[in-house]
Design a protein around this ligand. Structure first.
Ligand SMILES: C[S@@+](CC[C@H](N)C(=O)[O-])C[C@H]1O[C@@H](n2cnc3c(N)ncnc32)[C@H](O)[C@@H]1O
Length: 241
């Protein structure tokens, strides 16, 4: 509970407005890094489902873009041991320090952390799978991060995304439509903490990748008993040619 108050205090203060993107992330997360996982367990829904559905062959090379504390690797269970390499890429050093501690404690010899911007980081060789978990909404130039992820994949590799979003007023065929309140409220609510739920991320992903999995859902928000926030899970394959 004390951890919750510390995180809530940081959320109320919001994302610092000065400095580089890295400065702002570290200013925001620095004081809550130790309590991050416990609070986000309730706020960031669908992460386990994304990782469970991510197709991974033994020997896969994978990366989480904006991987923070590395918590999501736990959702892979025994499949993580079968990966040749897993990389947690993040700009925020206090969160990566938590990831590093987790890797040491678990004895994961095939996992490493990299302090880098997901808009520009490149692996030594193309990857089989990359996923973003509640990261794209925190990258100001999100399309650069998404383009870069696709460029880092092998042809036929898979990209997974789970994140908050809002629908367009007129979404495409088969997509969920959110009411006017949701479309306007959630971007305003999250902006204070540097999170930008967008109407463009999902249509962009659908236009660039072959759809393997899509779920449009709503989740409870800690300490907001009445409201439900929209989020999606998407897995797509990079075209082979
Ligand atoms: C809401 S947290 C999610 C962390 C983790 N993926 C999870 O599911 O718990 C967003 C993460 O994206 C990272 N991030 C934001 N912009 C980034 C960028 N341009 N490059 C690398 N990491 C970034 C933040 O530092 C933070 O760790």
């Amino acid at each position: 509970m004390a951890g919750d108050f510390s995180v809530l205090w940081r959320l109320v203060r919001g994302m610092p407005s000065a400095g580089s993107h890295q400065d702002r992330l570290e200013g925001f997360y620095g004081g809550q890094a130790k309590d991050y996982d416990q609070f986000r367990e309730r706020l960031l829904q669908g992460r386990g489902d994304l990782l469970t559905n991510l197709p991974l062959a033994p020997g896969a090379r994978i990366a989480e873009f904006g991987g923070g504390t590395g918590r999501n690797l736990e959702f892979l269970g025994d499949r993580l041991k079968d990966c040749a390499e897993a990389t947690v890429v993040d700009l925020c050093r206090p969160l990566l320090a938590q990831a590093y501690q987790r890797i040491s404690e678990r004895g994961w010899t095939n996992v490493r952390t990299v302090n880098a911007d997901v808009c520009t980081w490149r692996p030594d060789q193309p990857l089989d799978a990359i996923y973003f978990s509640y990261c794209l909404t925190m990258v100001p130039d999100w399309w650069r991060a998404a383009e870069n992820a696709i460029a880092c994949l092998k042809p036929g590799g898979v990209l997974g995304v789970v994140d908050f979003y809002v629908s367009r007023k007129e979404p495409g065929d088969g997509l969920v439509r959110h009411g006017g309140f949701a479309r306007h409220f959630w971007p305003l609510w999250f902006a204070h903490d540097g999170v930008r739920p967008s109407q463009d991320h999902l249509p962009w992903l659908l236009s660039r990748l072959e759809r393997l999995h899509l779920a449009e859902c709503k989740a409870k928000v800690p300490y907001l008993p009445v409201l439900r926030v929209p989020y999606y899970r998407f897995i797509g394959r990079k075209p082979a040619g």
